[in-house]
Ligand binder design. Structure first.
Ligand SMILES: Cc1cc2nc3c(=O)[nH]c(=O)nc-3n(C[C@H](O)[C@H](O)[C@H](O)COP(=O)(O)O)c2cc1C
Length: 323
């Protein structure tokens, strides 16, 4: 499970850096994978309002958001925004990231497509400000909540500190480390405690992708879902993407991965294969089952729909059984 943190301050080793680093260290200690993006160090163009995202569902700007950050936002189950207060909101550097996530908003509200992980994804923010006013974090809170909604994450809370100005003030705060450990555990532990399940097939381009997406979509709060293939394809099957979009589940940005990569950080307790025979993976201690489904790749779209519906029904029964 990936937790993605955005360090929004231009000050390299200031208060936000300290706060986010402590939070992410606590998250990692609990067993999650972490990744921190130092936004001031990235090449990020502010939104140019080309409106391509609203018409076609993607952002045409070619920078670090496209190559690195969008895929991480899609992969992460928890996204943490960290920023000092600059004029009652987040920094311009972080706001540029947020504005460029209009492309997620467009897929959700214009194209009516949901991230398969929407039941799981959580958003949390961390902030510091020099003054002590009652409304200090309200601007940031509104912006952050709207951002989390756009990326299909549920807002799960915040940790904020007033009266923090000099670059070492946060590190000197008497309760910050205890606060961070408590908040990180509350946020992460329920997700780490989920049952872990692997859906596997040969190419991880079609059947295991659909099964994984339905499992995440229907029960991502109870199941940690991974999927992989014994011989992963270069890209997911476009017909699979089309028939999944008919159900409202967004599969356009999924990328096939190997089973080794899928299980490198998450050891599944359950493995479901899609009918790949002798190429099924072996994970010691995992309960295995094979659904023996026909491969719909290269067949008419209606056949892909039948396999999709069959997979959805099987996933629903499996969820009932596992719970
Ligand atoms: C451009 C700018 C705008 C700021 N605006 C505010 C503000 O509106 N309210 C406030 O309390 N502090 C404000 N501050 C102070 C910072 O929030 C504070 O110094 C913070 O601790 C900096 O965190 P950092 O070390 O992570 O950069 C501002 C600082 C700068 C540089």
């Amino acid at each position: 499970m990936l937790v993605l943190g955005f360090q929004g301050s231009p000050r390299k080793k200031g208060n936000t850096f300290f706060l986010l680093s402590a939070f992410m260290a606590a998250v990692e200690k609990l067993g999650a994978q972490i990744r921190i993006i130092d936004v001031a160090q990235k090449k990020i163009t502010p939104c140019m309002e080309y409106v391509v995202c609203e018409k076609k569902g993607y952002c045409p700007i070619d920078d670090d958001l496209k190559t690195e950050i969008y895929p991480l936002i899609r992969q992460a189950e928890v996204v943490v925004l960290a920023s000092p207060i600059f004029f009652y909101n987040m920094t311009a550097q972080l706001k540029a990231v947020v504005d460029r996530c209009q492309t997620f908003w467009a897929r959700k509200y214009k194209l009516k497509l949901s991230d398969p992980a929407k039941k799981t994804k959580r958003g949390f923010f961390l902030s510091v400000g020099a003054t002590r006013g009652k409304n200090l974090f309200e601007g940031l809170q509104l912006t952050a909540q709207y951002f989390f909604d756009a990326i299909d994450a549920q807002f799960a809370g915040s940790l904020t500190y007033r009266g923090i100005e000099g670059p070492k003030d946060m590190a000197r705060h008497p309760t910050v480390l205890a606060d961070v450990e408590k908040a990180a555990a509350g946020l992460i532990q329920p997700l780490l405690d989920r049952k872990k399940i692997l859906f596997a097939c040969r190419e991880n381009a079609c059947r295991s992708q659909m099964a994984g997406a339905f499992a995440q979509y229907l029960a991502g709060d109870k199941l940690e879902v991974i999927n992989g293939g014994s011989q992963p394809a270069d890209k997911v099957n476009p017909d699979m993407v089309t028939v999944m979009h008919e159900t409202g589940i967004d599969m356009a940005f999924r990328v096939p991965q190997s089973i080794e990569s899928a299980i490198s950080s998450t050891i599944p307790q359950y493995i479901v294969t899609m009918g790949c025979g002798e190429e099924c993976p072996f994970v010691p201690g995992a309960q295995m089952r094979d659904w023996d489904l026909p491969d719909p790749a290269g067949k008419p779209l209606d056949f892909m729909r039948q396999v999709r519906d069959e997979i959805e029904n099987r996933v629903k029964s499996l969820i009932k059984e596992l719970n």
